[in-house]
Design a protein around this ligand. Structure first.
Ligand SMILES: [Zn+2]
Length: 385
């Protein structure tokens, strides 16, 4: 038996009422002032629309009140009867997804999905932009800025967890007289690790959160990696003495996780004896540039895009095109994601919306085609126009 008196109970009921009022205010704009009406309209409209749509779907659960909607958010989406499961599966969305957890709010899986669709992965973190700006400014007189930028970026990708002490010495050696600038920038990319961890993520190398037996990390690739590594052996042990700092979440999302695929393709190309430049022209020409080979005098620029869902990829390309940001690059997708149907779906989505002329190839296709150009002395422009 506990020790709290009825006074505590009354206070708890008061707080519960306060909470309820907030939900009501938010969802049903009970507030009279215009500002709260304006703010809650989005929710009200969404909720009413959701109700209308669930009414016309034969087996859909119908949330009569915001509370029932909250309950629904805590059930796997496949049980709602609301979504087209075939469509979700085609988009590689796990139909067991739960949006709201009873204990910790919106789930990591739901947020990962949201991040992918909103392409926040491709917004550069402020500190990376600062480094880019510095390098672009100085490259006019110092061509080594290209190499230093690549070193900076690949350092982050390869070192999500660091031992704070040793970092400066080795970095200083690499960056020479720009050392203090790059060290300062690196410093801003990391934070002290607070809390205790037992494992690191097999995919992205970050601290792996394990709560009540459930693991969670930042991307869909991360989830797949620990689902297939159920034991998570010693190789992925978190070392409290060695791991003192970690990259900020935004660096992990915007630089490290996408960067892993960029480096993977770069390594594949190098293994096959193609000469490449990473982040060519300080990223203005994409992620990877393949230098001329065989008889060709032409470079090939590649942008790596790592989206599980073809529609997420298409939406990103459309957004870039709208903003005239679409680089003149081959779009490369990891081999395990870019099936024929994935590429066809993306292309169809693009052409239905008037965007033509984008070339999307999976990693392995790029390698195979490059090899055949080299072997048969074909012209690069036959394939990579
Ligand atoms: Zn991860």
């Amino acid at each position: 038996m506990g020790t709290s008196t009825h006074e505590k109970l009354i206070r708890t009921i008061e707080v519960a009422n306060e909470l309820e009022k907030n939900i009501q205010n938010l969802v049903f704009f009970l507030g009279d002032d215009r500002e709260s009406t304006k703010k809650s309209n989005y929710l009200v409209n969404f909720f009413r629309q959701f109700q209308r749509e669930s009414l016309i779907q034969e087996n859909s659960k119908f949330p009569g009140t915001p509370y029932e909607f909250l309950e629904l958010l805590q059930k796997p989406i496949k049980d709602w009867g609301f979504f087209n499961l075939q469509d979700l599966e085609q988009q590689k969305i796990d139909t067991d997804l739960i949006i709201l957890s009873q204990t910790s709010g919106v789930t990591q899986e739901a947020n990962n999905l949201l991040h992918e669709f909103n392409s926040s992965e491709e917004i550069e973190a402020e500190v990376i932009l600062q480094v880019l700006k510095y390098c672009r400014k100085h490259i006019v007189t110092d061509p080594s800025m290209q190499e230093k930028y690549v070193l900076f970026r690949t350092y982050l990708i390869r070192n999500p967890l660091v031992e704070a002490k040793h970092r400066n010495r080795s970095i200083n050696k690499i960056f020479g007289r720009d050392g203090s600038f790059f060290i300062e920038m690196l410093h801003e990319c990391y934070e002290n690790i607070i809390g205790s961890y037992k494992r690191i993520c097999p995919h992205c190398g970050w601290t792996l959160k394990i709560k009540e037996g459930e693991k969670s990390c930042l991307s869909r690739d991360c989830i797949e990696s620990y689902q297939s590594n159920t034991g998570l052996d010693e190789k992925y042990a978190f070392n409290e003495r060695k791991h003192k700092r970690r990259t900020l979440e935004i660096i992990q999302r915007t630089t490290v996780i996408p960067g892993l695929q960029e480096l993977k393709l770069a390594e594949l190309l190098q293994q096959n004896k193609f000469e490449i430049v990473l982040y060519p022209n300080l990223e203005a020409d994409g992620d990877i540039q393949i230098l001329p080979f065989a008889n060709s005098k032409q470079v090939i620029n590649i942008d790596v895009k790592n989206y599980s869902s073809p529609i997420a990829l298409a939406r990103k390309l459309l957004r870039d095109s709208d903003k005239s940001n679409l680089k003149d690059c081959i779009i490369a997708v990891p081999s395990d994601k870019g099936s024929n149907s994935y590429i066809n779906l993306t292309m169809r989505y693009l052409s239905d919306r008037g965007l033509e002329g984008v070339t999307i190839k999976r990693f392995q296709t790029i390698i195979d085609e490059l090899k055949s150009i080299r072997k048969e002395k074909k012209d690069v422009s036959d394939i990579f126009a």
